[in-house]
Design a protein around this ligand. Sequence first.
Ligand SMILES: [Zn+2]
Length: 285
Amino acid sequence: MKSNHRWKRRNLFLLAAGFSLGLNTLGLTNAAEAPLLPSTNHSITGPRTRLKGYWVGRKPVSPSLKIVVMAGHADSQGMHGSGTSGAAVDLRGAAPMDPRMRDELFWNQLVRDAVAAISKKRGLSVTAYDPGALSIADANDPRTNWSVARKRSSKGDYILEIHFDAYSPHGYGSGLIPALNRSLNSVDESLAINFGRFPRIFRGGLGGPRRGISILEIGMLEGDLEANLRNPKTREATIQTIALRITNALELGVGRKEKESSNPPPDEADSAPPTSNPQANSVVE
Ligand SMILES: [Zn+2]
């Protein structure tokens, strides 16, 4: 039954993709209006997810939407679900970045804080949340990401949790796993256009998305991405580039354009074109 459903979705998608390609061939859409097709582009964050979703975030949001950005696994160290150690530590025996935590959390925290800092400068309503303890055994403790997400999400706030995916062959690549407790909106769409799109029901529905968290997998913690993060000479630029990509996507998602004065990242080509309109993607389903 499940595979039947997938078949149907896949055929619908191929039809939609063929339709949009046809429009392009006929010159009926310009580049800015053309639907973006799922891509396997490599960038500093590596390949996009090999498991693809075909959902579309259509619901508009307020430009003043409150966004809470969290670090994945921030309260789950030393227990089940503590995140990936990354290829350097697991496969090559490198020392962890911080012995108190898995490398994934180390990077998740830096990206979270950089997104909050850049967003503040842009005047976006983005705040970082930290549970204040690395190990909280009870998921229902009011300090956990899950508890705060459930509460804030029910008020209509957008919850974004930063993650790095496991290395090959366990990981899937970059992309958004959207929240399951609400309609998918233009912020989900903008992040998916920029980073990739996981199936909406990923692994039967993860705990975070059920509580209103949209999980952003930056990329698999391996290869150039991990090397650029670990190298002290490229670390800051890598974090800033990733955080800028996320902030740009959030800004587009809430319907605000990037400020003209903002400095483009060193590899601007990695980012979605500033003119791309998340709503324009709604043809692809
Ligand atoms: Zn994770």
